[in-house]
Design a protein around this ligand. Structure first.
Ligand SMILES: CC(C)(COP(=O)(O)OP(=O)(O)OC[C@H]1O[C@@H](n2cnc3c(N)ncnc32)[C@H](O)[C@@H]1OP(=O)(O)O)[C@@H](O)C(=O)NCCC(=O)NCCS
Length: 321
């Protein structure tokens, strides 16, 4: 009978904040862990064209934590803070260390980051079919609510002129960030994704398209485009998009989706990926009507067990992946 080689268990690890020097190894673990869980045949090339960690860390959209043992990293997690709302991930552990309580050692300080940053409600996106994943997060107070669909469509041409954050003058950029905050605050008290707009701009990950009228923002979409971003080669990923709630929301949402298509076309990344929580019924149906199809679906878990901005009146695109 094969004997297990001695490996550190959760109590022998050191848990500490993520540093820049951790990013390469932590990124490898992200690809290895997800690739293993999903059973992909070629782990070497899996997600080689996309990045979920480096861009978040450099963009200062939150804080990371790592677990270290025997002089190497064994896992990491990243807590994204969007004002009063936070979500975490990618949470990954080296496969040979699974089921030793290490993820739980990383989740405890993740909760501390949210508390320290004044996060009122938080969430995550996970595999709905995995009793382990759902059970693990329930231990930390998260509850599964609606499915989130990871959707995509191929764009065959531009859909009109667009206003891009990157093309605004400095003054207008500051105004656009303020306006974006006002808009998200009208959806969920204190929600603020301006860090994502800045992160995309500073790291040249893509662009933010704006429905910009007379100094006010009637909608915006933060998009990653291409290799080395959260989108991957040939793709434009709408990381977060929103229009104000109310009777004009469906029309504004349609215009925003047009603007995203034009950006994708301009950046030569014609596959658009966008996540939509199924509680946002009208927004989901609108995307389906435009030809978006669901590639994968998972479940959004919330803490506390409240809708947050996953509600029928909300026209937001995001997926907390
Ligand atoms: C998911 C992942 C991070 C978990 O890491 P881990 O270190 O193995 O997790 P832990 O050992 O800390 O916790 C496992 C917990 O799952 C829960 N669990 C496992 N099987 C369960 C089941 N059948 N029913 C309910 N809960 C279950 C338990 O709470 C268990 O902890 P406990 O035995 O101490 O009570 C790791 O497996 C991984 O990297 N997976 C691939 C990437 C991934 O899926 N990341 C998360 C995406 S949301």
């Amino acid at each position: 009978m094969a004997t297990q080689s001695p490996r550190p268990d959760a109590s022998e690890l050191s848990i500490r904040p993520m540093r820049e020097a951790d990013l390469a190894e932590a990124g490898q673990i992200v690809r290895l862990a997800f690739g293993t869980f999903l059973g992909v045949p070629d782990l070497e090339s899996f997600w080689a064209d996309r990045d979920y960690l480096r861009t978040r860390w450099h963009g200062k959209t939150g804080e990371g934590v790592v677990a270290e043992g025997d002089g190497r990293l064994v896992g990491s997690n990243f807590a994204t803070v969007w004002g009063s709302f936070g979500f975490f991930g990618p949470l990954t552990i080296r496969p040979e260390f699974w089921d030793r309580g290490i993820a739980q050692r990383l989740l405890a300080p993740t909760m501390d980051i949210f508390a320290k940053c004044g996060v009122r409600e938080s969430g995550l996106f996970t595999f709905a079919q995995s009793a382990k994943h759902v059970g693990l997060y329930q231990k930390f107070g998260y509850w599964p609510r609606y499915l989130t669909a990871l959707m995509s469509k191929v764009v065959k041409g531009p859909s009109g002129a667009i206003t891009k954050y990157s093309a605004l003058r400095e003054n207008d950029r500051a105004a656009a960030l303020n306006e974006s905050r006002k808009l998200t605050d009208s959806i969920f008290d204190g929600l603020d994704v301006s860090c994502e707009i800045r992160s995309v701009h500073q790291q040249n990950l893509g662009d933010t398209v704006l429905l910009w009228g007379g100094g006010s923002v009637e909608g915006f979409a933060v998009c990653h485009c291409g290799e080395g971003t959260e989108a991957g080669r040939g793709s434009c990923y709408i990381k977060f998009a929103a229009v104000p709630p109310g009777p004009h929301a469906p029309v504004a949402f349609e215009r925003l989706l047009d603007a995203c298509q034009s950006l994708a076309w301009e950046r030569k990344t014609p596959r658009i990926q966008a996540g939509m929580n199924l509680s946002r019924v009208d927004a989901f149906l609108q995307m389906q009507a435009r030809g978006y199809r669901t590639d994968v679906q998972g479940v959004a878990m919330h803490k506390p067990d409240l809708p947050g901005f996953n509600r029928p009146d909300v026209f937001v695109i995001d997926d907390w992946r």
